[in-house]
Every structure is written in C-alpha cells, then in structure tokens.
Design a protein around this ligand. Structure first.
Ligand SMILES: O=C(O)C1=C[C@@H](OP(=O)(O)O)[C@@H](O)[C@H](O)C1
Ligand SMILES: C=C(OP(=O)(O)O)C(=O)O
Length: 422
C-alpha cells in the first residue's frame, strides 16, 4: 500500500548542524576502482545506502572481496573477475552505467537487470560502445546479458553522451584494464554533468592512471595498473542541499560539517545558487554554513552541469519573490523519473504555477496548499517535497523510504534537524 509521510512544517527558523553521509558518486567510483586495482583498498566514510550496497553486492558477485571494516569503512580486495553472476542495478545510474565495462572484463555469463524504471533509463550508448570495443552483449537496455572472455581489447570509440555523463565515466573507470585502454569521443548535443566526468578523471589520476582530457569531448585513458585506494570519502554535497535549503526557506542557519574546500562534486554549486538567491554562505573550518535571507531572490540559471540539484532548486524557487527559470536540464527526463514532468505535476498539484520548457522549468511562486506529493521512486522528488512541507502545512510525501537510494535515514535526519528551531 502506498505510504504518505506527513512532511513536518518548521515552527520557526531552523538552526542545526547536519552531518551528511558519504558521497554516492565518490563511493561508487571508488568501489569500481578498488575492485579493479592491483591490491587491497580501504574506503573510509563511504555511503552505505541502496545505490552503493547494490554496487558492493554486484562487485562481490563478480569476484571482489568486500568486507566491513571499522566505523562503517569498506575493505576491498580485488579478485579474478568471473561469472556466472546476476547484477541488480536497482535504479542506480552509476551501477547500470559503470558495471557493464567491469563485467566485460570478467570471464563467463553475466546478466543485468533493475527496477522497472531502470529498464527505461538510457544505456544504449554504453552497450554499443562496449560491443565496438570487443564485448559480446545482447540488448540495448536493461535487462541484457554479457558473455565475457576475461579480457577486452578496448581502443577508440565514438558515442553520444548527451543523455548522461555516466556513459563516459563508466567507460573511463574500467579502461586502464582494457588491453589498449580507451579513447572516448563524444559527438552530439553537449554532455551534461561535466563535473562528474572531472571527478572520474581525478579519481583515476589519483590511482596512478594516465588520463588525457585536454581536448574537449575526447578522453583518453592509457592501459596500466590501478593503484590500491586509501580514501576518505567526502560528504555527499548534493544530498546536503535539502538541509541547506531548509535554512534558506525558513531564514534559519544550517551547517554541514566536513564540506571540502576543493571538490569535484557537482553539489558544491549549491553555494553559488544559494548566494544568488540572497542567502549568506560561509565555508570555514566548521563546514558550510548557510543562513537564509528575509526573502529569496528568483533565479535564471543553467543547471546543465549540476542537473541533480534541480529538484532542490525548484523547491527553493517556489518560495522566491518572483519568477525563476531553470535551464539546460532536458536530460532530467531520463533520470530516476522524468523530473521536469514530475516537478511540474506535483508543484501544480499544490497550487503552484509551473511550466515545462524544452530544457527546463518556469516557476512562478504562488501561495501553496497541502496535499499529496508523489515521489515517483525518485529520492530527490521526495526530498523536494520535504523542503516544501517546511512552509506549507499538510504536504504528504509519497514513499519517503525511496530516499534510501542515497541517504540511509532521511526522515530521521530531517526530524533531528527540526528538533532545533527558534
Ligand atoms: O556519475 C555520477 O556519479 C553522476 C552523474 C550525473 O548523471 P547524469 O550525467 O546522467 O545527469 C548525476 O546526475 C548523477 O546523480 C550522478
Ligand atoms: C540522477 C541521479 O542518480 P543516478 O546515479 O541514478 O543517475 C541522482 O542521484 O540525482
């Protein structure tokens, strides 16, 4: 039966320090690299939630040895990659795009499937690229089957990565183990979420891999060993955004400890976004502290690089002092749900005035009223509903448990944060 979570209204300005679990994007890249590395790795502070548990389970099935270490850390020892194995991708883009190249290095038959929506998420570019690089794969989307021989030739391949940066990241992460490495060339509309590809490149380089990304839309990874990792995973900055938004919309103050001074995470862009909306944003030794303004300024913003922030930004824009325009995020139609359609439908359902454009949303703030907020199995739709519920009494968020995709206990964190209001 569908469960609805009464989103708690804020009784005043939120004042809290909110530690945020590890980054999904860093954790799942680190797990892949560790499984392909030349020795045992340690990941401290990894995200332990659905997307990363699915990645861990799949890598174990493929032959890696993953053990729990002290304080939630993971110890990963590579093993010979082999099938038969079944990979459940859930709804994790990182699992469905990063693991086929790993599986192509294994010996034996490996099958992939996931949640019903995952079967609709774009994957063809990765599977076609792997076929061109020497893999034996049936199908263009989930479910599909791969027959591995224990090695992959690799080489040069051209793909259209306009639907997802993860197509490129997935190929690059495994490429040091391809016989000829890889040269990926993108053709088509601009690649979204480029900071995520930068993160892939940095993490490969940190593991001693030679990567050339000096030419736009071309990435070359040389074949060679991947050094074992000894890594402290940063907090997930995208997952921090609903909590920072709580400060912004209530005129309160929220600190997220451990915010890195320098990072490849796309979520770091929230600092600039909140500052543009009038919030005070301070990065210091205690972390990132956001204090909300008396009134939020509207935004006209291109979110192409940081699309995953769109649900949070849309919720903020719904409370701004004028019309906001969010641009550059057509690719969100292939995310956990069609996020542009979902945001328009759900905000309109609460009385909002929202229009979809070719590549984004126009949001005209209106007084909102409570009601059901459907989440479409999308963690970020659910957290956007929670932000709205702070100021709109009676918002009921469907399936709040869907936030477990990337946050193990979002409702608990949200109510602890609200335990401290003026
Ligand atoms: O590589 C990654 O870790 C991610 C890349 C981005 O995907 P898209 O390029 O498909 O937007 C982002 O939205 C997703 O949350 C995580
Ligand atoms: C797009 C997202 O996830 P995924 O890694 O499943 O693509 C997201 O977390 O916003």
């Amino acid at each position: 039966m569908t469960q609805f979570w009464p989103a708690p209204a804020a009784s005043g300005a939120v004042r809290a320090t909110v530690p945020v679990p590890g980054s999904k994007s860093i954790t799942n890249r680190a797990l892949v690299l560790a499984a392909l590395a030349e020795g045992p790795s340690t990941l401290r502070g990894p995200l332990r939630s659905r997307d990363t548990e699915l990645m861990a389970t799949a890598l174990r099935a493929l032959g890696a040895d993953l053990q729990d270490g002290p304080e939630g850390s993971w110890q990963v020892a590579p093993g010979p990659l082999r099938g038969p194995a079944e990979v459940d991708c859930g709804l994790a883009g990182t699992v469905m795009r990063f693991l086929p190249p790993v599986a192509a290095l294994a010996e034996g038959r490996i099958t992939f499937d996931g949640d019903p929506r995952a079967r609709e998420r774009p994957l063809d570019a990765v599977l076609n690229a792997l076929r061109a690089l020497g893999a034996d794969i049936s199908g263009d989307s989930l479910p599909f089957e791969l027959q591995g021989t224990g090695k992959l030739a690799g080489g040069a391949v051209t793909i259209d990565a306009s639907a997802s940066s993860q197509f490129v990241s997935g190929l690059l992460l495994s490429a040091p183990r391809f016989e000829q490495g890889v040269t990926v060339t993108h053709t088509g509309e601009p690649v979204p979420s480029l900071p995520h590809i930068d993160m892939t490149v940095s993490m490969l380089r940190a593991a001693g891999v030679e990567v050339d990304d000096s030419k736009r839309d071309v990435w070359h990874v040389a074949p060679g060993p991947i050094r074992a990792l000894d890594l402290d995973v940063e907090p997930d900055l995208s997952n921090a955004t609903p909590f920072l938004a709580a400060a912004a919309v209530t005129g309160g103050t929220v600190t997220v400890p451990g915010w890195p001074e320098r990072t490849d995470q796309a979520g770091d862009a929230i600092r600039d976004i909140l500052a543009r909306m009038g919030a005070t944003v301070e990065l210091g030794p205690d972390g990132l502290t956001v204090t909300g303004p008396a009134e939020l300024a509207p935004l006209d913003i291109d979110l192409h690089d940081v699309g995953e922030l769109t649900p949070t930004v849309a919720a903020l824009a719904a409370f701004a002092s004028g019309r906001s325009r969010l641009r550059g995020v057509a690719h969100l139609r292939g995310h956990e749900t069609d996020r542009l359609a979902a945001l328009q439908r759900e905000l309109s359902g609460l009385g909002g005035d929202v229009e979809q454009t070719d590549d984004g949303l126009l949001i005209e703030p209106r007084p909102l009223t409570g009601g059901n907020w459907h989440s479409y199995a999308d963690h970020r739709m659910a957290t956007a509903g929670a932000i709205l519920g702070l100021l709109v009494p009676g918002v009921l968020v469907e399936d709040i448990a869907t936030t477990r995709k990337t946050i193990p206990d979002f409702p608990g964190m949200w109510s602890s944060m609200l335990g401290a209001v003026d």
